[in-house]
Ligand binder design. Structure first.
Ligand SMILES: Nc1nc2c(c(=O)[nH]1)N[C@H]1C(S)=C(S)[C@@H](COP(=O)(O)OP(=O)(O)OC[C@H]3O[C@@H](n4cnc5c(=O)[nH]c(N)nc54)[C@H](O)[C@@H]3O)O[C@H]1N2
Ligand SMILES: Nc1nc2c(c(=O)[nH]1)N[C@H]1C(S)=C(S)[C@@H](COP(=O)(O)OP(=O)(O)OC[C@H]3O[C@@H](n4cnc5c(=O)[nH]c(N)nc54)[C@H](O)[C@@H]3O)O[C@H]1N2
Ligand code: SF4
Ligand SMILES: [Mo]
Length: 672
């Protein structure tokens, strides 16, 4: 690789990171001789502040690395083996169109399943021509539930997804509660704002089974057992209601359902909740008192607490706290969840006039591939690495091995999923195409233009789905063709000022100056603009009712809870192909010693679904009874080619049909 220093032609181009991270950094990309040679943060987005994460600094290694997919290819060996032979784009598109036609004729359109999720947070690479294609085919719809489904359902029910407190307003808070989030890995640009708040005297509370970096600097750390956030949050509600700390005026003016929530919270005394969560009741009470008496108080609700059987009700109870305690109406008060809906962008470019078809929950991919009616005969994976990121990995892999399944994988690199493809299509990265990158942490919406030509024969999503529409005779003459046209079409359909800002300046002016105060600038987007503290619909759908607690599924055989938090090395499984140190399971010495496990020992982690072999790292950074592996590993990272997802159950959360990645129960043995 040429370096910027030695190349005379080096120049810096602006871009923006669209990966599935809340920060959406503005980037300075150094290009020399038509290649990306360096990537760093710029100041265009003030939140970025000139620095970015180490993994995206290495994005060039991904673009030009040995795993990059350069050409369309068809499978020559067994599924999963990873042997392919190059074909032309025309051949590949023709073959896929034929197989889709056959599937539709034989089983109906629903036998085709598009499978996509987190490749990019942008507006362009998902739900544009891809959605048009699959809707016109009458393909099965995908419920995109692998992430944020429980928190999304909770936030929608309570507030209709009201915009959140943004990063810049964190320093205004006198109390910050970080609940089930680890921004030190998962959204690093929030950290300076939390530090600034602490410098100004704010208190910090962290609710997390791990002693994360923030937890170690917190005034109160509640190291709850996995899946017990619901009783913990309900004990806070009980205290607020029963001790006269609830904001009755706010409840009367702005909420419905307070009495129902109060009823459900009533059984959860501090003592009972603390016993369930395995924490100190005095600490829990201290947290409750601090929250009740401090203003502005801000809760940053993450996603760690949603990935289990109680995740929906837990998230709802957490997000309801500022309403009951009366924490809205001041800068730096309220909650932060996801800001993805804050731009109020209706996706009018999705042509949704086709008749609805069956919906498949993406967390049940293994089951759906095993048995469904009609059977899935064509699987089209894009923006996703299902083999590494879906629950019940062995079942997913077994499904991908099916001889009668035709699998297309449209990818940037040779992922674990791509190895199972019948046809591989090479995709461009964000530095090789256009994107409209929207963050879900702070407020940011920016246009990214290609900074280099596509590598090899890689092509952007919009173009390839456009070609498939044409090959299947499903396109219409007046529709955009190709990525640039697609982008212009999207720009023209965005709310007027947003579209013109992006066209003229490449960046949209955020609504509310980017710093909305909840209940001053923004209000619930529910039907009656009130906070719905209770929902009869959700109550009917949840196995134990809304705010109903489902006990720990641990057994004597599988007593340890396995969690898989975001790691600083990857975004989900993206960038996992880059070289890294050996993967280790983090476990507490109290769990290791009765099992005869010493630091660095080879171990097997197992349950009824599967087994993972790696080495142990002992440490007190996690509570006893809980063990942790990084999220997003590839099969190459463990000794037996399976990852934590082989141990993650394909059960669903109480609300929203979400994944239960953090609800695995396992046993651990030392391996000789
Ligand atoms: N570097 C990096 N950044 C990322 C990602 C990544 O993979 N890597 N992923 C991106 C994506 S897709 C997402 S959704 C976000 C996720 O961002 P976060 O919400 O920060 O997600 P997690 O790391 O899954 O979980 C956060 C914390 O929850 C804790 N936790 C686990 N189970 C429980 C529980 O039952 N209760 C409580 N209270 N805490 C629990 C974990 O120990 C962890 O510290 O990050 C995004 N940013
Ligand atoms: N065990 C465990 N598993 C988890 C989680 C967990 O906490 N624990 N978290 C879950 C979460 S939060 C999430 S969000 C999911 C994410 O799961 P996935 O949706 O599988 O996300 P990634 O692993 O980032 O894979 C995205 C893929 O899309 C590709 N891609 C990127 N841009 C494009 C593009 O423009 N075109 C095409 N065709 N492809 C592109 C990338 O190369 C990458 O391989 O993982 C979930 N999996
Ligand atoms: S992954 Fe997040 S922190 Fe890293 S460059 Fe992208 S937006 Fe910034
Ligand atoms: Mo996610």
């Amino acid at each position: 690789m040429t370096t910027a220093a030695t190349s005379t032609a080096a120049r810096t181009m602006e871009s923006v990171c669209p990966l599935d991270c809340p920060d959406s950094c503005s980037l300075d990309v150094t290009v020399a001789d038509g290649r990306v040679v360096a990537i760093d943060g710029s100041h265009a987005n003030p939140i970025t502040g000139g620095f970015i994460c180490a993994k995206v600094r290495r994005f060039g290694e991904r673009m030009y690395g040995p795993d990059r997919l350069l050409y369309p290819a068809v499978r020559t060996g067994d599924k999963g083996q990873g042997s392919f032979t190059r074909v032309s784009w025309d051949e590949a598109i023709g073959l896929i169109a034929d197989r889709m036609r056959d599937a539709r004729a034989r089983w109906g359109g629903e036998s085709i399943l598009p499978y996509s999720y987190g490749g990019s947070n942008g507006l362009l690479t998902q739900d544009t021509s891809d959605a048009t294609l699959f809707r016109r085919l009458g393909a099965s719809r995908l419920a995109r539930t692998v992430c944020a489904a429980p928190t999304g359902a909770a936030n929608m029910a309570l507030y209709g997804k009201m915009p959140s407190v943004t990063y810049e307003d964190f320093p205004e808070a006198r109390l910050i509660v970080i609940w089930g989030a680890n921004p030190t890995a998962s959204g690093i640009h929030l950290i300076p704002y939390i530090r600034e708040a602490q410098r100004r005297g704010a208190k910090l509370v962290v609710v997390d089974p791990r002693a994360t970096q923030l937890a170690r600097q917190a005034d109160i750390h509640l190291p709850v057992r996995v899946g017990t956030d619901l009783p913990v949050a309900l004990s806070l509600h009980r205290y607020l209601f029963e001790d006269g700390r609830a904001d009755d005026a706010f409840l009367a003016a702005h909420t419905t359902g307070a009495e129902r929530l109060r009823e459900r919270a009533r059984p959860w005394t501090f003592e009972r909740a603390a016993a369930e969560a395995g924490i100190d009741a005095g600490m829990l009470r201290a947290f409750a008192e601090l929250y009740a008496t401090t203003t502005p108080a801000l809760i940053r609700c993450g996603w760690g607490q949603e990935r289990n059987r109680n995740g929906g009700s837990a998230s709802m109870a957490i997000l309801a706290l500022p309403a009951v305690a009366g924490k809205f109406g001041v800068r730096g008060g309220g909650y932060t969840m996801s800001n993805s809906a804050s731009w109020n962008i209706p996706r009018t470019w999705v042509r949704s006039d086709e008749a609805p078809t069956r919906t498949i929950n993406m967390n049940l991919l293994g089951q759906a591939l095993e048995r469904s009616d009609p059977p899935i005969s064509v699987l089209f994976v894009y923006n996703n690495n299902a083999a590494a990121t879906s629950p019940n990995q062995r079942k997913v892999l077994k499904g991908l091995e099916r001889d009668d399944l035709f699998t297309v994988v449209f990818e940037q690199v040779m992922t674990d999923t791509a190895r199972y493809a019948d046809v591989i299509l090479p995709a461009t990265t964000f530095l090789e195409g256009y994107e409209l990158a929207r963050s879900y942490g702070s407020f940011s919406l920016r246009l990214a233009r290609p900074v280099v030509d596509a590598v090899g024969e890689a092509r952007p999503n919009a173009e390839v789905f456009g070609d498939l529409l044409e090959a299947l005779d499903l396109g219409q003459a007046d529709e955009p063709r190709g990525e640039l046209e697609e982008m212009l079409d999207v720009l023209s359909r965005l709310p007027e000022t947003i579209g013109s800002d992006l066209r003229e300046r490449g960046v949209a002016t955020p609504p509310y100056g980017g710093r909305p105060i909840q209940f001053v600038d923004v209000f619930p987007q529910t039907s009656d603009r009130r906070v719905h503290l209770f929902s009869e619909d959700l109550d009917r759908g949840a196995p134990a009712g809304l705010y109903g607690y489902q006990p720990d599924p641990a057994t004597a055989r599988f007593p340890l809870a396995l969690i898989t938090p975001a790691s600083e090395r990857t975004i989900s499984s993206t960038l996992a192909e880059l070289p890294r140190p050996d993967v280790q399971l983090l476990m507490h010495p109290d769990d290791a010693s009765p099992r005869g496990v010493a630091d660095g020992d080879a171990i097997r982690i197992f349950n009824e679904l599967g087994e993972v072999r790696c080495n142990a790292a002992l440490g007190t950074g996690i509570r006893p009874g809980t063990v942790s592996l990084p999220k997003g590993l590839w099969c190459r990272h463990t000794a037996n080619g399976l990852t934590a997802n082989a141990l993650a159950p394909d059960t669903l959360s109480d609300l929203g049909g979400g994944a239960c990645f953090n609800d695995a129960r396992v046993q651990i043995e030392r391996v000789q």
